[in-house]
Design a binder for this molecule. Structure first.
Ligand code: KIV
Ligand code: NA
Length: 265
């Protein structure tokens, strides 16, 4: 089983083969996704509002993401594992960014890092890449700057298209091996994808991109409350677990569990 490398991202784009990605935060899901042939797993700071109990990604720290990233990297044999750099761990400058990237690479065995921001993060990307660490960029809607952007707002619309294109070119020129486009109009994502040499990975960016990424807990039907329009639910794991726990509780209450076959003599 050939490990996925950055060159496979590039050749997928050149050959028109779609790249598949999911987030993962633990060994159980990582092993299943890897076995199924998902090309890359992002240990996203979306762990903040999916496993760590926060409302947003902003409070998430490096120390919280490291054990999750290590668990995912340790569970895969083929998939490419990307460590997400949390808010406050790279914005101060290229040296801070490189220091954070080194921590993820040394302490988790991830294969690449991801950070948010286009032109504003170009120097950080350049510095990390110069140390031999692949960088996945992330432009369009960037959740870590939710407050600066004024909410969960679609980016790259109208006047925003020029900014999106400038950011896309800035991260490519800085050496990113791929770029996530989050919550942008399909036509804008298509234009970015045509203009760039590196592959684009869409999260709510329509079909004309080089690959797709989804937050696995949204995708598997765990998320309660408002789910974004671009999410397609492929399972209802929350319903399955609720049914299971109802059955277990009832069995224990009425003595159906444990049955004779579960007992040691
Ligand atoms: O943290 C995350 O899951 C992400 C993706 C949604 C792009 O950054
Ligand atoms: Na993220």
């Amino acid at each position: 089983l050939k490990k996925v490398r950055t060159r496979h991202f590039q050749s997928a784009k050149e050959n028109g083969i779609k790249i598949t990605g999911l987030t993962s935060y633990d060994q159980l899901s990582a092993a299943i996704f890897d076995k199924a042939g998902i090309d890359f797993l992002l240990v996203g700071d979306s762990a903040g509002n999916n496993v760590l109990g926060f409302d947003t990604t902003l409070p998430v720290t490096i120390d919280e993401l490291i054990p999750l990233t290590r668990a995912v990297a340790g569970a895969v044999s083929r998939a490419f594992v990307v460590a997400d750099m949390p808010f406050g761990s790279y914005e101060s400058g290229p040296e801070e960014a490189l220091h954070t990237a080194f921590r993820f690479m040394k302490e988790t065995h991830a294969h690449a890092v991801k950070l948010e921001g286009g032109a504003r993060s170009a120097e950080q990307i350049r510095r990390i890449v110069s140390a031999g660490i692949p960088v996945m960029a992330h432009i369009g809607f960037t959740p870590q700057s939710e407050h600066g952007l004024g909410g969960h707002i679609i980016q790259g619309r109208g006047e925003g298209l020029q900014q999106l294109l400038a950011d896309a070119h800035a991260v490519e020129d800085a050496g990113a091996f791929s770029v996530v486009l989050e919550m942008v109009p399909a036509s804008a994502a298509a234009q970015v994808t045509r203009e760039l040499r590196i592959p684009t990975i869409g999260v709510g960016a329509g079909p004309d991109v080089d690959g797709q990424l989804m937050v696995w807990t949204d995708w598997a039907g765990f998320t309660t409350g408002r789910i974004p329009k671009f999410v397609k639910q492929y399972a209802n794991l929350s319903g399955i677990l609720s049914d299971a726990v109802d059955a277990y509780r009832a069995d224990v209450a009425n003595g159906a569990y444990p049955a004779p076959e579960h007992n040691y003599e």
